[in-house]
Write a protein that binds this ligand. Sequence first.
Ligand SMILES: Cc1cc2nc3c(=O)[nH]c(=O)nc-3n(C[C@H](O)[C@H](O)[C@H](O)COP(=O)(O)O)c2cc1C
Length: 330
Amino acid sequence: MNLQTPYLGLTLRNPVVVGASPFCDDIDAAMRLEEAGAAALVMHSLFEEQIDLEEAALHHHLETPAESNYEATSYFPRYDEYNLTPSGYLRTLERLKSSLTIPVIASINGRRPGGWVDYARRLESAGADALELNTYQLATDPAFSGEDIEGDIVEILRNVTASVRIPVSVKLSPFHASLSHFAKLLDENGAAGLVLFNRFYQPDFDIDEMEVVPRLKLSFSSELLLRLRWLSILSPKLNGSLACSGGVHTPEDLIKSILGGAHAVQLVSVLLETGPRAISVMLEGLRDWMKEHGHEDLSTMRGALNLKRCPNPAAHERANYIKILQSWKI
Ligand SMILES: Cc1cc2nc3c(=O)[nH]c(=O)nc-3n(C[C@H](O)[C@H](O)[C@H](O)COP(=O)(O)O)c2cc1C
């Protein structure tokens, strides 16, 4: 049985990828994930702000005379104090590349087109097999329209793809007025694939301390439904690959994602909760299901329940919304 899958122009040995997360910072953990069957690993994101800060500090380091008063400029982090940021990221990438045999995908996050985009070239030189653009941003300023934000993302994508030869994917938020339109725009502007979706971390209120508190909650399988819907809608329309990120916890979740049209799934929460074994369990479950349903490889099952191929396409669309609401009886 062949579990190979095309993803961003690469050939992965199976569809299970470690999603962007701190796993990349621990080489031993990354090696254990590879041993358990992971087919690729996405590094956590390097942020535009980190790149700008390092460039500013480097500039400061080169421009400031040695005798100048450090106290006066101590609001600047010292360059040697935060090698853990962009340069540290490059070193981690190099270490991962020399320890793993699976593809390593670097992740970069920026809000506006700018000089930080050049960093993509350095990630490519350090050995990244592909690049994931994480477009997580919270649009709080009413001065920016959805069109402005989407325009910036497309411009960033075009600048990045123009500066590297490796494939570039875009990790999207589900919150776009017309996701199909935007996804197609990204597909036409050089995205080798899309990752559906980013998860937004929502702060909570502590009503005793009267504070806003950050909360990082891991996902549940129930979050998969949003991904299944959009995989099903987008997979017949795009040329690039699709990865499902969010709520993949069980072999059934993996199978459903592929049936929706995913070339790969990205796992984070389940690996943080149960460790590398989750990958072997998922692959075993996938093999069993394929055997039972007569699939020799993934090409025959990928997209079998998407909007174009499923026996009842209305189930994905507005008609189903009306039917579901009217089916509830008090
Ligand atoms: C601790 C942690 C760190 C993460 N860091 C990043 C990151 O740096 N960049 C990114 O694009 N996504 C990041 N994510 C989001 C995950 O890559 C993934 O999209 C999300 O957790 C949904 O997948 P899951 O349901 O398998 O957890 C992070 C998630 C967690 C839990």
